[in-house]
Write a protein that binds this ligand. Structure first.
Ligand code: COA
Length: 171
C-alpha cells in the first residue's frame, strides 16, 4: 500500500524502518504536541514495538512518511468503537528537519482521500493542543473545520491546555 506525494510517499511500516523512526521521533519538539503514549525518549525498543504492532495491519491505516525511502514521520487514523465507529481520529508528526515545506498538508490530503474512498467512515476528527497553531493551519489547508474547543481538556508537560476539535465530513 503506497500513496504518492511530491517528494515523499506514505507507505506501510517496515521492520527496517526502526533506526530512522527512532532518530526522527526522539525529539521533545515533536513529543510536546502529541499524546503522552508517544514514547519519550523514543528508544529503539519503542521503535521496534511500534513497527511490530503494525505488521499485517489490514486495511493499512497507519502510514510511514518516507523521503528517499527513509522514514521521516508518521500519519494514521485511530478507529474508534461504539457510537464513534464511523468517525476515526487522525494523528501525525514529521521530523523537525522537514518542517515548513508543506509536506504534512499534502500527507493529510492523501490519507483523507484514501480513507473516505476505502473505509466505511463519514467523518475524520482531530484534537489539537491550543498551543499548536501550525497543526491547526495544516488541517485548515486540508478543509477541516474548527468546530469547537474543550476548555482545559488537556494536561501536557504539566501544563493545562484547551483542546481544539477539528472535523472533516464526507459530503
Ligand atoms: C505540525 C506539523 C505536522 C506541521 O507539518 P509541516 O509539514 O511542517 O506543515 P507546513 O509545512 O504546512 O507548515 C505549517 C504551517 O503553519 C504555519 N505556521 C507556522 N507557525 C505558525 C504560527 N505560530 N501560527 C500560525 N501558523 C503558523 C506555517 O506558515 C505553515 O502554513 P503556510 O504554508 O500557510 O505558511 C509539524 O510541525 C509537526 O510534526 N509538529 C510536531 C507534531 C505535531 O504537532 N503533530 C500534530 C499533532 S495534532
Amino acid at each position: 500500500m503506497e500513496l504518492k506525494g511530491t517528494g515523499f510517499i506514505l507507505r506501510g511500516w517496515r521492520l527496517d524502518d526502526a533506526e530512522s523512526l527512532q532518530k526522527h521521533a526522539d525529539n521533545p519538539n515533536v513529543y510536546s504536541f502529541l499524546l503522552d503514549r508517544f514514547p519519550h525518549p523514543y528508544t529503539m525498543e519503542a521503535a521496534n514495538n511500534w513497527i511490530n504492532f503494525l505488521q499485517h495491519q489490514d486495511p493499512v491505516i497507519n502510514f510511514a512518511i518516507a523521503v528517499d525511502d527513509k522514514v521521516v514521520g508518521g500519519i494514521g487514523l485511530e478507529i474508534r468503537d461504539d457510537i464513534y465507529s464511523k468517525a476515526p481520529l487522525i494523528g501525525y508528526w514529521l521530523s523537525e528537519t522537514l518542517w515548513g515545506r508543506g509536506i504534512m498538508p499534502q500527507a493529510v490530503k492523501l490519507l483523507v482521500d484514501y480513507a473516505f474512498a476505502s473505509l466505511d467512515i463519514v467523518r475524520i476528527q482531530a484534537g489539537i493542543l491550543s498551543n499548536n497553531p501550525k497543526s491547526m493551519r495544516v488541517l485548515e489547508k486540508c478543509g477541516f473545520v474548527k468546530e469547537g474547543v474543550l476548555r482545559k481538556g488537556i494536561i501536557k508537560n504539566g501544563v493545562i491546555l484547551d483542546e481544539w476539535i477539528y472535523g472533516l465530513v464526507r459530503e
